[in-house]
Design a protein around this ligand. Structure first.
Ligand code: IMP
Ligand code: MG
Length: 210
């Protein structure tokens, strides 16, 4: 194998970073955690609940193929972990919906900014989102998918904030009920950051928009 494929083991040859920077990082490998006022749901709690949800969903569909639609970017991590715990046949597609821009509450009606590539006609569809907040995003996508004539359409969200509901709609599978707080981590962002946190937490008030 040539140079490009070989595994680099030195502390400073792969990215050009020096040893001090790398050692500094090893001392505090998760600096984003310092931005949290508190952790709401731990990594272990997420893992356990995602497995439970996947088991319930798999039991519902049996050997039927499911087309899982992830509402990105927020649901990327949740969807990836959910489908890896579903042993049955699965197809995956993504839909991009935007309403937040860089704010911590919606700045307008949700808009579908990038659509699906799979045909959903006659398919069992499972729509996956990170959080059911006002409900506008998921109901927008539900209407969109219904027009594609799926055989069935179910919904799954990791989090639900009941306090802010603005639409009459009930999600089929919910991971956790959470209080009316702006949360980040495990896919959820503030201004596109913190999605890679392994837990879900509340951002320090001084870091939230005024
Ligand atoms: P809804 O349309 O109000 O239900 O909001 C759903 C979308 O808003 C989610 O898919 C998230 O992307 C985003 N969202 C809602 N609440 C939060 C939050 O607390 N943190 C981060 N994103 C959120
Ligand atoms: Mg989202």
């Amino acid at each position: 194998m040539g140079q490009a494929g070989s595994i680099r083991t030195s502390l400073c040859d792969s990215t050009g970073q020096n040893k001090d920077q790398i050692l500094q990082h090893l001392k505090n490998p998760t600096p984003m955690l310092d931005d949290l006022a508190k952790t709401l749901i731990t990594e272990d709690q997420i893992k356990t609940r995602v497995k439970e949800l996947a088991a319930e969903i798999s039991a519902h569909y049996g050997q039927e193929e499911v087309t899982v639609i992830s509402i990105i970017n927020g649901a990327i991590l949740f969807t990836a972990d959910l489908v890896r715990n579903m042993p049955g046949p699965v197809r995956i597609d993504c839909i991009r919906v935007s309403s937040y821009e860089d704010a911590s509450s919606p700045v307008g009606a949700p808009r579908i900014t990038s659509t699906l590539s799979l045909d959903l006609d006659g398919r069992h569809v499972l729509l996956v989102d990170d959080i059911f907040d006002t409900g506008k995003t998921i109901t927008k996508v539900v209407k969109y998918v219904e027009n594609m004539h799926p055989a069935s359409l179910r919904t799954c969200v990791l989090l639900e904030k009941k306090a802010r509901r603005e639409v009459a709609f009930s999600v089929d599978w919910v991971g956790f009920q959470i209080p009316d707080e702006f949360v980040i981590g495990y896919g959820l962002d503030y201004a596109q950051r913190y999605r890679n946190l392994r837990c879900i937490g509340i951002l320090k008030p001084e870091l939230q928009p005024t």
